[in-house]
Design a binder for this molecule. Sequence first.
Ligand code: ZN
Length: 390
Amino acid sequence: MLVVSGLCEPAHHKRRAPHVDLIKMTISLLEKTASAARTYVCEGLCASVAHAPKNLEEMDMTDHTRRETLALAAAAAGLALAPGFALAQAPAAPAPAAAGPTQAPGFYRQRIGDIIVTAINDGAGARPNLDGMVRNVETAEVARVLSSQFVPAAPFLNPFTTLVVQTGGRLILLDTGLGDNGPPGTGTWMRNFRAAGFDPTQVNTILISHFHGDHIGGIRLRGGEYQFPNAEIVVPEPEWAFWMSDERMNALPEAQRGGFMNARRVFSSIAGNVRRFVPGGEMAPGITSVPTFGHSPGHTGFVIASGNARLLYVGDAITTPSLYMTNPDWSPFFDMDEAAGRATRRRVLDMAATERLQMHVYHAPFPAQGFVTRAGTGFQFVPTPWNSAV
Ligand SMILES: [Zn+2]
């Protein structure tokens, strides 16, 4: 007897099996296996339903969902299935022979009081070496500090993880990732967003921390398509004033205009519909903006709060924890104002350590959430413990 555990749900009885061919193939495989029995028991919510087909025609195909089909296929291949095997983790079709192993979908949920937040990963960019990455420290010292924390340096991976907030019946994005505008290893955001059960047409609001390409790129794809047709886009006024200034852009040599050009690519044709805000006020139920200037002229964080629970979305006020939490006075190459960046980083880290405040750190290892404790002259990142329940 083949027992298929934890795979059924009441709704499956109402649906018609869409993968008859796969079921046929699976049954055929089972019947060719000497040890295979001919009785199939769905030991889930429909434990009373037992199927004992002598051949395919005796099997009520309408009773079998794709989920069961995949379970049978896996069982036929000799795989053990844990109860609660999730459809979202199974491939829709057999992977092409040439495809290598793939990672689980990159999304992670937790509750902040009554608010649900979901971290969505957009992959990682790879730097071949550390040269020039930290402005005010020798490369060898950067390598030593990374090595002491078991962080690979060649290549050095810089991950990107945004946050989705469900509050007051609204779906709100904090930054968008790169879309398809990023380097190899990035561009996984939409797949992970959909795997989490979201659809881009449902997004009501996009709150932007700052205008660097890894935070605004996903608003508009390379081909010109806007990914979130129903979303209001809301940006910090000082970011808009800086990046959309033709005067500032034209004062720079052409080779240094990339960020300005990208801001125009994303925003110019929708400029009339982009809402600008002065950092420091309430943005939505449970979301308040916080000025965290330095990394960029108008860089803004967001506090998500409900009841006694809080989460601070720091954006890039603090980037790689193993470098800039350990040494808050080190200046990442991408900090546009070094002194202001250092002051902001110290202020945020002091507050987070004192108030035991959980943070979402955009460039921290997935799911990019954790706390800090004081350690020497700096701080130590303590990742939020994984919780299998939401
Ligand atoms: Zn960034």
